[in-house]
Design a protein around this ligand. Structure first.
Ligand code: FAD
Length: 476
């Protein structure tokens, strides 16, 4: 018997571990283990938990069509997994376990512990790369080191990918059923992750809809990605991140579809398909960085000078930021979108992150955790990378300190305030001239609103940027 252990790869298509197990033609079972205590420590959002739970029901049906039953078990945390996997393997006489690798420190540790325990009974443990287009460790500098900056990484990635077989693996063929696999399929019980749930129903989980979303995006909207991707009121980005985060689709499927529609996507022009590919490469970059730098999973910053910064631990300001009540409309619009939907536009993620760190002087780790607790697409590597970049403590080619002016950003990317009005109802009807900064001193005292006044003075904060004062900086 073979066993495929599913984690962040909740799909049947382009799943290397499943593909390899099925290739043997032997009876196969699948397993998903919920680890609620561990997830709590990792700040898994209740919305993503709900999304995973719904997706598991789909996966179970897809696997049943291949005559593979999906077993489900709640084990409090990772420490209980080696014993549980050993027990299952013994119960079903499993000779080999197959899985796709997660690159975060605790996850690597988990797999090492499980592999070690299984080796005592000579059960094979086979781990594959299914999370990236090119596996971590394969894109290296001429000196064989990991890249620390995105642009050279991208250049090397583009060169390597074109000499690699990056096509998705073939969908597995059904395995011959046995009395046991048939009985296990019939015995399927309701899946309950024993975690908090927050409604994720606006994100469909069936394969047809997800694949159609990718197809539609690559055939139409991607062509205007370069022009519109920074405008939060436009549906210009793919909104595929939630699916990539739990592995409901793979990055190879995304690349394959993009190239089918735009065979020139690898060239170095700055058109929509090329820019979208660049974002997929950012995703790869952060996965590779996470894999090669375990200290990131332990809360460390990439740049050592961060340890000299005295962050403020102001719970009151933090609460106002979380609730979208900072008095800075574009920040509040972004935070309210996050709180209500579990997703936030990338431009706004950068603006609200910069505001928390550079205006409120609050530790970026607080923001990083809050995002994970709320996001439907929460993914350690992308989130940690995004926060470290925004806090200017991460892997950024800029040798200066980047401070976003939220009012300038607002005027540039939401000029008519369409997005702000959508999420900040108190400002729905105010004239366009007030929308970005309703209490600006030049407007006099004629604005009377239920909307809060700004909790900090951006200009003052920028000038008195005490923790960072020794660094050259710019204001984009
Ligand atoms: P598209 O614009 O359509 O891009 C396609 C795909 O590329 C995305 O689905 C995503 O997988 C990847 N991608 C795009 N931009 C980035 C990026 N900057 N870094 C890494 N991958 C990227 N993304 C997450 O998936 N999970 C997170 O937890 C997360 N946290 C973030 C936190 C901060 C502070 C910042 C600044 C960014 C964060 N991002 C995160 C990256 C980015 O904001 C989202 O991936 C993007 O908004 C998702 O929308 P989309 O699917 O429409 O993206």
């Amino acid at each position: 018997m073979k066993l495929v252990w599913f984690r962040r790869d909740l799909r049947v298509k382009d799943n290397p571990a499943l593909h390899e197990a099925c290739k043997t033609g032997e009876p196969t079972i699948a397993l998903y283990t919920a680890t609620p205590e561990q997830w709590k420590q990792h700040d898994l959002s209740p919305r993503q938990a709900d999304f995973i739970q719904r997706r598991l029901e789909v996966l179970r049906n897809d696997l049943a069509a291949l005559n593979i039953p999906l077993l489900f078990k709640v084990v409090d945390d990772f420490s209980g997994l080696p014993a549980y996997l050993a027990e299952v393997c013994q119960q079903y006489q499993v000779s080999d376990v197959y899985c796709n690798i997660d690159y975060e420190f605790d996850e690597v540790d988990r797999d090492n512990a499980v592999a070690g325990t299984l080796s005592l009974t000579r059960t094979g443990f086979h781990a594959f790369h299914g999370k990236c287009i090119l596996p971590p460790g394969s894109v290296l500098t001429g000196g064989g080191k990991s890249f620390q900056v995105f642009t050279p990484f991208k250049r090397a990635w583009l060169k390597l990918v074109q000499s690699t077989d990056y096509s998705p693996v073939k969908p597995p063929l059904p395995i011959s059923p046995t009395a046991l696999t048939k009985a296990l399929i019939e015995d399927a019980k309701e899946i309950d992750l024993r975690y908090w749930y927050e409604d994720s129903v606006s994100w469909p989980v069936d394969d047809n809809t997800i694949i159609q979303r990718l197809r539609d995006y690559c055939s139409y909207r991607v062509t205007s990605y370069d022009a519109l991707r920074d405008i939060p009121s436009e549906p210009a980005t793919s909104q595929l991140s939630a699916y990539l985060a739990i592995g409901a689709i793979s990055p190879r499927q995304c690349l394959a579809r993009l190239l089918t529609e735009h065979p020139n996507a690898f060239d170095d022009s700055k058109q929509g398909p090329q820019v979208w590919l660049s974002e997929l490469i950012w995703r790869e970059f952060y996965q590779h960085v996470t894999a090669s730098n375990p200290s990131l999973s332990k809360g460390k910053a990439c740049l050592s000078w961060e340890s000299n910064i005295e962050w403020k631990h102001d719970e009151i300001l933090f609460e106002r930021w979380k609730q979208g009540k900072t008095g800075v409309p574009i920040v509040d619009a972004g935070m309210r979108q996050l709180n209500e939907t579990g997703w936030m536009h990338n431009r706004l993620r950068m603006i609200v992150a910069s505001f928390l760190v550079k205006d409120l002087h609050i530790d970026w780790r607080w923001g990083e955790r809050y995002f994970m607790q709320k996001l439907i697409d929460g993914d350690f590597a992308a989130n940690n990378g995004g926060w470290q970049w925004s806090a200017s403590v991460g892997l950024d080619a800029q040798p200066y300190f980047r401070i976003f002016n939220p009012f300038t950003q607002s005027k540039k990317f939401d000029p008519e305030g369409i997005f702000i009005r959508r999420w900040v109802k108190e400002l729905e009807n105010i004239p366009e001239k007030f929308i970005h900064d309703p209490y600006h001193k030049n407007y006099g005292s004629d604005v009377s609103l239920s909307y809060p006044k700004p909790i900090v003075d951006h200009a003052l904060r920028e000038r008195r940027h005490f923790p960072f004062s020794k660094l050259p900086r710019i204001t984009p």
